[in-house]
Design a protein. Structure first.
Length: 339
């Protein structure tokens, strides 16, 4: 009888052991996560919410001003530009910021209200804008947006045109490139549309992931989402690639520009047969989503044009209205969530 009691206890212990082991493993993993987070929060402060001032009761158009030191230091290191200096918006800038934020999609407004730390500006910044992820104690993604202040003083069409030109080597006499999106807004509208979509993506996982750096903070990563399915093989490789896409660069980054302007019409013609709304969208699925929502919003919600034209030696050799192409239109159902 005594032996049976001991055997019963032994069997119960054996059954309980895997459960105990699982609980111990989970506890160790949880404590390890806390330790790692605390260590990273000290060595990589910009990516942790505890190191930022965040108040979601403040209207999103007022979450700006002087750039915090932790963000400016991060941007200097990221771009290798020790000369970076912040820019504080003036009263006219604030009006433009508020006006543009009033004209972004409903989902973007909602996510920015809940997750945006702030919008900041850096003089002579490389590129147009950047959205950086920040992880909270709740394991949710927040973020801040850094923007080139030149966008506040430049018309929308002029700003996008100058960005597009950085994809190509120097033009010859009589050559030209123009992106027409009307004259009612500034370049800031384009950037805040584009960058706000990235923050929505970080928060809502509309693509499998926005960048490799967030993977340690994510659970299971799907191979595709409704937006990327049948379009992207992986982050920066479309299922159906086109000639010249790997040479697409912007702002002088990635060793660019690599494409002679004499080949611009040819490259744009290749994009014609793709599902991408712009050359920039063809770089990876995160930029694809941002550009798709941005140009859909400009054309279908704000009722402005989006026309690209290439001029070689005084003659227009290419023109296109990308959002009117069938392969692009077929994807619009995947961004209805923004409205």
């Amino acid at each position: 009888m005594q032996h049976e009691k001991k055997s019963g206890f032994l069997l119960t212990g054996i059954r309980f052991y895997p459960v105990l082991l699982l609980c111990v493993s989970l506890a160790v993993a949880f404590l390890t996560c806390i330790v790692v987070k605390n260590r990273h929060a000290k060595t990589d402060p910009v990516h942790y919410l505890k190191n930022h001032r965040f108040d979601k009761s403040v209207p999103i158009e007022k979450r700006t001003g002087e750039i915090p030191d932790v963000i400016l230091a991060h941007m200097r290191e990221l771009d290798g530009r020790s000369d970076y200096k912040g820019y504080t918006p003036d009263s006219s800038d604030m009006k433009e910021i508020a006006r543009s934020l009033d004209n972004i999609p409903l989902l973007a407004k909602t996510v920015l209200a809940e997750r945006l730390i702030g919008i900041y500006f850096i003089k002579d910044m490389i590129g147009s804008g950047l959205t950086e992820w920040v992880i909270g104690n709740d394991n949710m993604f927040y973020g801040f947006i850094v923007i080139n202040p030149g966008s506040l003083k430049t018309g929308l069409s002029d700003y996008i045109t100058e960005k597009e030109k950085t994809c190509f080597k120097a033009m010859g006499a009589g050559d030209g490139l123009r992106v027409d999106c009307g004259s009612d807004y500034t370049g800031f509208l384009y950037i805040i549309l584009h960058e706000s979509v990235h923050l929505v993506d970080y928060a809502n996982f509309l693509t499998p992931f926005v960048e490799d750096a967030v993977l340690p903070f994510r659970g299971d990563i799907p191979d595709a989402t409704p937006f990327t399915e049948n379009i992207w093989e992986r982050y920066d490789l479309p299922k159906h690639d086109f000639a010249g896409r790997k040479n697409v660069t912007f702002y002088g980054l990635g060793g660019g520009p690599k494409i002679p302007f004499s080949q611009a019409a040819e490259v744009y013609s290749e994009v014609e047969n793709s599902p991408f709304p712009s050359l920039y969208a063809s770089m990876n699925w995160a930029e694809d989503l941002a550009e798709m929502v941005t140009f859909h919003h400009i054309t279908s919600i704000l009722n402005k044009p989006y026309r690209i034209s290439v001029i070689i030696q005084g003659r227009e050799t290419y023109s296109s209205r990308p959002m009117e192409r069938r392969p692009v239109k077929n994807r619009l159902a995947a961004i209805k969530i923004f409205y």
